[in-house]
Design a protein around this ligand. Structure first.
Ligand code: TXA
Ligand code: MG
Length: 328
């Protein structure tokens, strides 16, 4: 495994060339995006895609997002109606994944879409990764670069820690600015549904669509997950997680939010402040780092201060609920 920096023009060029070569050879690459780091492989190569599932230990019914450099490329793989186009125009490149009908002629491997007749497509905003996608000129399947069920990586070091020798190259572009995964919106049969809250808020999507998003039953359905990343226990640190904590119990570490801390916070075994001022974007960017750092500090129980489930808070609270859910 090679860890490639991107600080200088020369490093960046070397990193891009190495990533493209590894993808072309059917290998796995750790790629920075604005949300979290992805574990990328050539989406048209069924064997490369199989290596993603193997490295993650992911249930193979879980479809992967195909990453492309622009809308024009996306339209080769999926059918975009006027609404899907408007959403792409508003938020790409950026933290939005669109689930649309898959074109029968798309070369994306069936294994990447888990045999569905739909496809999740996204144009990520990280400039190095976009350049890799443009030069590779094939869609790149990339789930978050963590082992299945674990906390998503927001730094290149996290990818190394999670997947180490399974990846040929890890491209280091520093900490990911958004910090939670893309919002997933399905635009199918003229209906727009939110499948996963994420880096684009519900309100921002609704402003483009022109009406409230259909809430299509519960987001969690372990039996037949529509967006299988929605399995109820997910994003889990090793430590147990307790939400809406208004008082610290002995032995707990604290994830704080905003200026007010829960009663008894002074006895927390460790404290991670998501955003001292109560800024949700800052909190989202720090969320997975907080879970990882408290695990690394040896915390066995984490109490999380109340966080409002509005705006970006919807994605933050969603991830924390999954981190707190009973483990299989
Ligand atoms: O921000 C992100 O979306 C990151 C970065 C790396 O792009 N990727 C990511 O991928 O979060 P992953 O595999 O961890 O989550 C993708 C989610 C899964 O829950 C999957 O079930 C859903 O997208 N998905 C993908 N294709 C789908 C489809 N055709 N229909 C429904 N859900 C789909
Ligand atoms: Mg994931």
């Amino acid at each position: 495994m090679a860890l490639r920096g991107t600080a200088t023009t020369e490093d960046r060029e070397t990193a891009i060339a190495a990533a493209v070569a590894a993808l072309a050879a059917g290998r796995l690459v750790g790629l920075p995006t604005e949300t979290v780091y992805g574990l990328g492989a050539d989406a048209t190569d069924g064997r490369a895609v199989a290596a993603i599932y193997a490295a993650k230990g992911r249930p193979s019914f879980n479809p992967l997002i195909a990453h492309v450099p622009d809308l024009e490329q996306a339209e080769r793989h999926g059918v975009f109606d006027a609404t899907a186009r408007a959403l792409a125009a508003a938020f790409w490149p950026g933290p939005l994944t669109l689930v649309v009908p898959k074109r029968p002629e798309s070369p994306v491997a069936d294994l990447a879409t888990a045999g569905l007749d739909t496809i999740g497509l996204r144009v990520p905003a990280n400039p190095v990764t976009r350049e890799i996608l443009a030069r590779f000129a094939r869609p790149v399947a990339a789930p978050s670069a963590n082992r299945s069920g674990r906390v998503s990586p927001t730094r290149a070091e996290d990818v190394v820690e999670e997947l180490g020798e399974a990846v040929a190259e890890v491209i280091d572009a520093g900490a990911t600015p958004v910090g939670v995964e893309s919002t997933i919106v399905a635009v199918l049969d003229g209906r727009v549904r939110l499948l996963r809250p994420g880096g684009v808020t519900r309100a921002a999507i609704e402003a483009v669509v022109g009406h409230p998003l259909a809430d299509d039953g519960p987001l969690t359905d372990d039996a037949a997950p529509m967006a299988p990343g929605m399995l109820s226990s997910h994003y889990a640190p090793v430590a147990s997680v307790r939400l809406e904590a208004r008082r610290l119990e002995p032995g707990e570490a604290l994830i704080a939010f905003g200026p007010d801390r829960p009663a008894g916070w002074e006895r927390a075994v460790a404290v991670f402040d998501l955003s001292p001022s109560g800024d949700l974007a800052e909190a989202a960017a720090n969320l997975f780092r907080a879970l990882r750092d408290l695990d690394a500090a040896g915390a066995t129980a984490i109490a999380v201060a109340p966080i409002p489930a509005e705006g970006l808070g919807e994605a933050i609270v969603d991830r924390l609920r999954r981190a707190a859910a009973p483990r299989p």
